[in-house]
Design a protein around this ligand. Structure first.
Ligand code: ATP
Length: 547
């Protein structure tokens, strides 16, 4: 594995997340459950603010009368909330049932589990010993990792590495096995002797469950959704028939998804239960390339507007050979998480041009590409492998007077990954003067005010002389408009430090002067500037700064 960019920074973020009640391991008192996380009092509000910002910016606050900057035309947006368990046929037609199977391989010696297709190997020999050395490293790291593994296995010193005789090129393990390499000859990535790798096993990424009190035959089988998108496709006609939307329009959904990830890792980045924020945008086929570009750029700007550091964000267009078989274009918005190696980025959101693949799949049955065309996949008997709904999901465009199956642009974001990116980005360590003017190091979460769980803290300088009463008055009037906290415990410096770690953008301190003239100090978390402002103007002032 490549070295992380800044593991110590990541460790501090994970520790702060736990200590301050952003994120806890699920069922922690029983030792936690790998790939599952709970959001604590600050975390739940941060995540809710993030989802609210998405919902507001994409759906509720969308102006459907005018084309936003960069959009080919005005458009409409509608919301939806679907069930997690859906008809099993949905997953058969969408391709998830057949496709979401990954192969995994276990090492009996190291007890580690690997994705079969992530292992690479090469024959190495020294004197009378010969083995197929494997590694789970990727890209440019592979040759050096293989050399290090072989050196260890043959018990060589660094200067003897050249004595190793290599055969063939580094090859993905599945291809090597197909060409005759046996697992008995293979040295696992973390094993000391060959033969510890188990045969690859299929691992279904969808969590399976049974419907009904008595689990019986195959008819009761159901799945927890691995994405929210399919609920939107199967409701396309319902939304069209019951609201006044016309193409072009989008349907948005936020909800839980479940994937039985083989190796959950990197804090919440790869979880088994997570939340998605998905848009399916339906448009005329001829206009779809322009809409794809619009959504790619619009979603990219959304992260920047909420304050993610531009130099840590990357918009990556997929190469043609990376595209799914139905896609005419896909871009990922990626973030340089501190747990990744320098130069590596992790996906926050994918924006995919999906053509008419999804609606047609749910009409006709599971599709595959043959000779460049999407056709219904058939079994040995010539019948559709997975039968569609047979419902007509085409659209009659009364402006162009044509009937077509709309094309789809899908911006698909993960709420948990976004929260993690905003937490990582917000984490700062700097120095501030304490009450005596001496420099004191502080940890501060520079969250965008829209995302910050607590917008303002109200702090009476001392617990007497009428200050708590005046501060309490402000707290009650401000609380009606935004999340705020009242804190009278400890020195003001300690209270500032607590709020800095929680990411609170503003602290309002009521002091002796406040009692005389109803003014207070407003401290800005990032600039540390303290202004004197009239207490009665605070709600209006903060409201303006929040938008
Ligand atoms: P990856 O390649 O990282 O597994 P993906 O390409 O499978 O991701 P999509 O199917 O496009 O992801 O899902 C859309 C979004 O959902 C992702 O960009 C990510 O933000 C989120 N997501 C997907 N899988 C997970 C997961 N296991 N844990 C947390 N978020 C996830």
């Amino acid at each position: 594995m490549s070295k992380p960019l800044d593991q110590s920074r990541m460790d501090k973020i994970v520790s702060l997340a736990k200590r301050r009640g952003f994120i806890f391991p699920s069922s922690e008192i029983y030792g936690g459950l790998n790939g599952f996380w709970d959001y604590g009092p600050l975390g739940v509000t941060l995540k809710r603010n993030l989802k609210d910002a998405w919902w507001h910016d994409m759906v509720a606050g969308h102006d459907e009368l005018a084309a936003p900057a960069g959009a080919p035309a005005p458009y409409e947006m509608a919301g939806l909330d679907c069930t997690i368990i859906m008809h099993p046929q949905v997953w058969k037609c969408s391709g998830h049932f057949d496709l979401s199977n990954d192969w995994m391989i276990d090492c009996r010696e190291s007890k580690r589990r690997y994705r079969y297709d992530h292992l690479t190997g090469r024959w190495a020999a020294h004197r009378d010993k010969r083995t197929f050395v494997t590694t789970d490293a990727s890209g440019d790291d592979v040759p050096a990792e293989l050399a290090a593994r072989a050196q260890k296995f043959f018990g060589l010193r660094a200067k003897q590495v050249d004595e190793i005789a290599w055969e063939g090129e580094p090859t993905p393990l599945p291809a090597a096995v197909a060409a005759g390499v046996t697992l008995a000859d293979s040295l696992g990535p973390d094993a000391s002797a060959p033969g510890s790798l188990t045969a690859p096993r299929e691992f279904n990424l969808m969590f399976e469950t049974r419907i009904g009190a008595v689990a019986g035959g195959d008819d009761d089988r159901a799945f927890l959704r691995p994405e929210t998108a399919q609920g939107i496709f199967v409701n396309f006609k319902n939304v069209l028939d019951t609201s006044r939307v016309r193409v072009p329009f989008g349907i948005c959904q936020i909800g839980k998804s479940f994937r039985n990830e083989i190796t959950p890792r990197n804090f919440t980045f790869r979880s088994r239960e997570f939340e998605q924020m998905e848009i399916e945008f339906f448009c005329r086929p001829a206009d779809s390339a322009a809409w794809y570009r619009y959504w790619r750029d619009r979603r990219w700007r959304w992260y920047l507007d909420l304050g993610l550091t531009a130099s840590r964000l990357r918009l990556r267009e997929h190469d043609r050979d990376e595209l799914s078989h139905y896609s005419c274009g896909t871009a990922d918005i990626e973030y340089a998480f501190p747990f990744l190696a320098a130069g590596e980025f992790g996906e926050l959101e994918g924006i995919a041009h999906r053509g008419d693949f999804d609606l047609r799949s749910h009409m006709e049955g599971k599709l595959v590409r043959r000779d460049g065309d999407l056709v219904v996949e058939t079994g040995a008997d010539g019948k559709p492998r997975h039968r569609g709904s047979g419902k007509d999901l085409s659209y009659f465009d009364d402006v162009s007077r044509e009937r077509y199956v709309p094309h789809v642009i899908e911006p698909s974001a993960g709420a948990d990954r976004a929260v993690l990116a905003f937490l990582c980005d917000a984490y700062h360590e700097d120095e501030v003067p304490d009450e005596d003017g001496k420099p004191r190091s502080r940890t501060v979460m520079k969250l965008h005010p829209r995302l910050a769980p607590v917008k303002a803290a109200i702090l009476p300088l001392v617990k007497k002389d009428g200050m708590p009463e005046l501060a309490g008055e402000l707290y009650r009037s401000l609380k009606r408009q935004m999340t705020c906290q009242y804190d009278e415990k400890g020195s003001v410096g300690r209270r500032y430090a607590r709020q800095d770690e929680a990411g609170t953008p503003w602290c309002l301190t009521v002091d002796g002067q406040s009692l005389a003239d109803r003014t207070l100090t407003l401290r800005d978390r990032d600039s540390l500037v303290q202004e004197r402002v009239p207490l009665d103007e605070v709600p209006g002032l903060l409201r303006d700064r929040l938008t």
